[in-house]
Design a protein around this ligand. Structure first.
Ligand code: IPD
Ligand code: CA
Ligand code: CA
Length: 264
């Protein structure tokens, strides 16, 4: 099991915010029937979790910068370190009571992600990774899947929903991939999709138009589990382009080839 002062700080913060999300998830069921609907409540749950994460992380590492989905960019005196945080990844799942959502915390030092924690409080799965020290799910060391035949692979993607992204391109991508893989999945929480690739549950995953907080922790998780992460071009930085492809070296290479061609 990976344990360091830094990881302990991140895990403690993720678990406290996780308890808050779990309590709020319980409330969602009551709110489903209210006229106002649960959407406003969820955005409060989101903000509450982010405030907790900010408070805990800032207390343990004063001066680090903080980029959170809900609170924007908070500069710190220490310009080399920045937390990149999604307090609730998988909001739509959360809103519908689907237990596939997570808190995602990445730490960037001088432009490189050096640690990541992804925590799903609904099933208590805790993924951690630190640069050069490996990736773990609870106590178990992670390794990406070894499959080298695309027709045996299970691959996940993200799909643009109403008012977002290029729907026609997403359909073309799926149509091509559908013909080549053993199974397609769309789980609805990017950080967990990446954690699943690190854990070898998924052979590959791609999505367009993401934000850094969706991918920062997932990126180090996959790299420390021996996998490859890039943008759609194959060597671009997903945290800069917002597009991500990941898998083992073979699956990543195949997905890059196929998706690049579809995108042209
Ligand atoms: C979303 C989830 C989803 C992905 C979306 C993201 P949110 O994050 O990761 O899987 O398809 O593009 O925005 O809004 O639930 O934090
Ligand atoms: Ca997200
Ligand atoms: Ca979010």
């Amino acid at each position: 099991m990976l344990s360091s002062a830094l990881i302990n700080v991140m895990v403690k913060a993720a678990r406290r915010a996780g308890r808050s999300l779990s309590r709020d998830l319980g409330e969602i069921e009551n709110l489903q029937v209210s006229l106002k609907g649960p959407a406003n409540f969820v955005s409060l749950a989101d903000k509450r979790a982010e405030e907790m994460l900010y408070a805990d992380l800032a207390k343990s590492r004063p001066g680090y910068g903080f980029i959170g989905e809900e609170g924007g960019n908070r500069e710190g005196a220490d310009k080399s370190h920045t937390w990149i945080v999604d307090p609730l990844d998988g909001t739509t799942n959360f809103l519908h009571g689907i237990p596939q959502f997570a808190i995602s915390i990445g730490l960037r030092r001088e432009g490189t992600i050096i640690a990541g924690v992804i925590y799903n409080p609904a099933n208590d799965e805790l993924y951690i990774a630190e640069r050069g020290k490996g990736a773990f799910l609870n106590d178990q060391r992670l390794r990406v899947a070894g499959r080298r035949k695309l027709d045996e692979c299970v691959v996940a993607c993200g799909l643009p929903h109403i008012g977002r992204g290029d729907h026609e391109l997403a359909l073309r991508e799926m149509a091509v991939l559908q013909n080549k893989v053993a199974g397609f999945r769309r789980f609805g929480a990017a950080s967990l999709d990446m954690a699943f690739v690190a854990a070898g549950r998924l052979d590959g995953y791609w999505e367009r138009n993401l934000q850094p907080w969706d991918m920062a922790a997932g990126q180090i998780m996959i790299r420390e589990a021996g996998g490859v992460v890039s943008g759609i071009e194959g060597s671009d930085d997903p945290l800069k382009t917002g597009n991500v492809i990941c898998g083992n070296e073979f699956v990543h290479g195949e997905l890059v080839k196929i998706l690049k061609a579809v995108g042209k």
